[in-house]
Write a protein that binds this ligand. Structure first.
Ligand code: YXS
Length: 258
């Protein structure tokens, strides 16, 4: 019995709703596991367009990775096997369109999730913050690669270096949002788009999407550079900033990165 998401299907358009506002729809392992099951079920049912949204339209869409599940210092917080990393791969690999419908603020790994969706529709409350620099955390190399495929470097720099919210107007201007609509049009605009995609050739869209995500991953990297990337990340998650960032969140105080 799902406890943190709601799932429905109507004429090959699926809906996956985050429904754990008490924890600000944090993407913990249990929630991610339910979402992965939902995506696999959608695929079995031939769902051609998935709308990813929240059950309640509140001021927060998702608070990102469940910080309570992040490991302590000295352990990679975002390994390949991390549940949220697995969810991002599942969204990129879904053989149809995944469309994020955003009302409210989107934080950290939830930004990565939204930006791994194929299309993003938001209203004037939609805002996006990528927060590893608030937590002293080394972002995942695949996450950085995908952000750089999606947004201009200076915009990724702004997200990663400030960890500030980018509001809806600017999110639309820089390409985070495909569509920016008024709140009263958000549902109709999102499902009009989903039904439009559903009406097109599923075979063609599946082949396009899986090729596109394959091309995005196709980056030549020497073994030496791969090792260097791992070392850069290891130095951060073994460092004082990461310990301070996690402690500050748990103690509900601003971090002090001396
Ligand atoms: O105190 P209780 O038990 O009621 O729980 C509080 C929060 O602790 C909890 N909560 C979370 N629990 C785990 N992981 C989270 N990410 C998380 N966010 C919130 O939910 C309850 C209500 O939170 P509260 O009181 O702060 O709500 P609010 O409405 O005042 O503020 C909403 C937020 C989202 C602005 C605030 O909760 C917040 O700033 N959350 C952290 C956002 C964030 O930094 N996310 C990044 C997580 S790490 C991640 O995604 C990646 C690894 S990375 O950093 O690399 O991008």
């Amino acid at each position: 019995m799902s406890t943190t998401i709601k799932v429905s299907v109507d004429d090959k358009v699926g809906t996956l709703e985050l429904d754990n506002f008490a924890k600000r729809n944090a993407l913990g392992a249990a929630t991610v596991d339910e979402m992965l099951h939902a995506l696999r079920a959608f695929e079995r049912q031939g769902v051609r367009a998935v709308v990813l949204r929240t059950a309640e339209l509140r001021d927060v869409w998702s608070a990102g990775h469940d910080i309570d599940e992040l490991p302590v210092r000295g352990v990679d917080p975002l390994p390949f096997a991390d549940p949220l990393e697995e969810l991002l791969r599942a969204v990129r690999g879904y053989p149809g369109a995944v469309i994020a419908m955003v009302h409210g603020t989107v934080w950290g790994g939830a930004c990565d999730l939204v930006l791994n969706c194929d299309l993003v529709v938001g209203d004037e409350t939609a805002a996006f913050a990528v927060t590893p620099a608030r937590l002293g955390l080394p972002y995942s190399a695949s996450g950085i690669q995908y952000f750089l495929a999606r947004l201009p470097l200076n915009v990724v720099n702004e997200l990663m270096m400030t960890a500030d919210l980018i509001p809806a107007e600017r999110a639309y201007a820089v390409g985070i949002l495909n569509r920016l609509v008024s709140g009263d049009r958000l549902l109709d605009s999102t499902y009009d788009l989903a039904r439009k995609v559903r009406s097109r050739s599923g075979d063609s869209i599946r082949a396009y999407k899986l090729q596109a995500t394959t091309f995005v991953r196709a980056v030549a990297l020497s073994a030496q550079d791969s090792q260097w990337i791992n070392q850069l990340r290891h130095d951060v998650y073994s460092g004082d900033d990461y310990a301070e960032g996690i402690s500050a969140f748990r103690e509900k105080r601003p971090p002090d990165f001396a």
